[in-house]
Write a protein that binds this ligand. Structure first.
Ligand code: PLP
Length: 389
């Protein structure tokens, strides 16, 4: 075996692997219900399709600047002004192959060996692996009270001489919870005080429920953007249901963003040209698809909550946004890898084991499918765990 230590230490994305498992079983005609997925069912907005096919039809599809075409940067600048109230310049913006590459490029740009990155658990499965890929050390913070809400003290206590960055993701994958305004404000202030990078992963920021407004981290940042170590990540993947286009972006200081652009110039030469135009179409086009998706997800969340609240022995925290919830099944089985495999074998329901998100005993259930899939999926889980119920 001559693979690098790095290659051997990195785990495959369990959620992407589960997508493949579900697809293979479906191909064989198995009646699979996929509650493990991470993408909305809705179609790509028409404005994105028009913009993308326009460039495809021109046949003129060439390299672009590695940090994005000017039209995409312009659309991102407008988005930042509208949704964050911040005026930024093209040098403060880098477009990437999804939010994933933006975060990865940021980590490569800021981490030296042994540098640590703090993030609260439960966390998106990719954070630990991405930190390791960038040569750093992941430092997950598991809230002591068993909730999904770390305290500022827990975050601050984890800051040491090697800490370089904090990642916050709200609404959170996998729990769907939004951290409070106070908490986000305190973390922004802590990062500035300790001179740490703060990567705000706002992938689900527009998909929030119960009349709540997205929380804008810039509300708490008094620093000039060029002096600030705050980096805001977004993407078209979830809000426009455009996961396959692979377009995300980051907004931050010129120094960091330009370093990320240089890294991308050697990694990918930038995102695919037709995808960039599709993102321009989505960002500049009619915006009603986001609200339609948000309403569908809120309705699905309500259906799922009703079912889980009536599920004996299962504890669930109500998601405030995104399309995941993270119920505690430890009364049935503490080892959720085993539980997830059992549910797939026994009733063909795909779930994601909590261990992958840094919290055993929980399963991540997605509610981005249809209401019928959600209802039937939970019914099957209930029957599998207690056939007499
Ligand atoms: N950040 C979080 C919290 C996510 O859940 C995901 C995808 O599941 C991403 C980033 C990656 O988004 P993209 O598909 O744009 O790379």
């Amino acid at each position: 075996m001559s693979l690098s230590q790095m290659a051997r230490s990195i785990h495959e994305s369990v959620t992407l692997k589960l997508n493949q498992t579900a697809a293979l079983l479906r191909e064989k005609g198995e009646p699979v219900i996929h509650l493990g997925g991470g993408e909305p069912k809705s179609k790509t907005p028409i404005d994105a399709i028009i913009a993308c096919t326009g460039v495809l039809n021109s046949g003129d599809i060439k390299y672009t600047p590695p940090d994005g075409i000017p039209a995409l940067k312009k659309a991102i600048i407008r988005y930042t002004e509208e949704h964050y109230g911040r005026q930024v310049r093209p040098e403060n913006v880098v477009a990437s192959c999804g939010a994933k590459q933006a975060i990865m490029a940021a980590l490569i740009a800021i981490l030296d060996p042994k540098d640590e990155v703090i993030f609260p658990a439960p966390y998106w499965v990719s954070y630990p692996e991405m930190v390791k890929l960038a040569g750093g050390v992941p430092v997950p913070i598991v809230p002591e009270d068993g909730s999904f809400y770390p305290t500022l003290r827990e975050i601050e206590d984890a800051v040491g001489s090697y800490t370089k960055a904090i990642i916050l993701n709200s609404p959170n994958n996998p729990s769907g919870v939004m951290y409070s305004r106070d908490f986000i404000g305190q973390v922004v202030e802590l990062a500035a005080r300790k001179s740490l990078y703060l990567i705000m992963d706002d992938t689900y920021n527009r998909l929030v429920f119960d009349g709540r407004a997205p929380i804008n981290c810039y509300d708490f940042s008094t620093e000039d953007l060029e002096q600030s170590k705050l980096l805001v990540i977004n993407c078209v993947s979830k809000m426009y249901a455009m996961t396959g286009f692979r377009i995300g972006w980051a907004v931050g200081s010129r120094e960091l963003v330009q370093a990320m652009a240089t890294i991308q110039s050697q990694q990918t030469s930038g995102p695919a040209t037709p995808s960039q135009w599709a993102a321009v179409g989505a960002l500049n086009g009619i915006q009603n698809s986001i609200e339609a998706l948000r309403l569908t997800l809120e309705n699905n969340r309500n259906i799922l909550m009703d079912q889980l609240n009536a599920f004996p022995g299962v504890h669930v925290t109500r998601p405030d946004g995104a399309f995941y919830c993270f119920p505690d099944f430890s009364n049935y089985e503490k080892n959720t890898q085993k539980l997830s495999e059992f549910l797939l074998q026994k009733v063909r329901v795909v779930t994601v084991p909590g261990r992958e998100f840094g919290m055993e005993g929980h399963l991540r259930l997605s509610f981005c499918g249809t209401a019928k899939e959600i209802t039937q999926g939970v019914e099957r889980i209930r029957w599998a765990l207690d056939p007499t119920a």
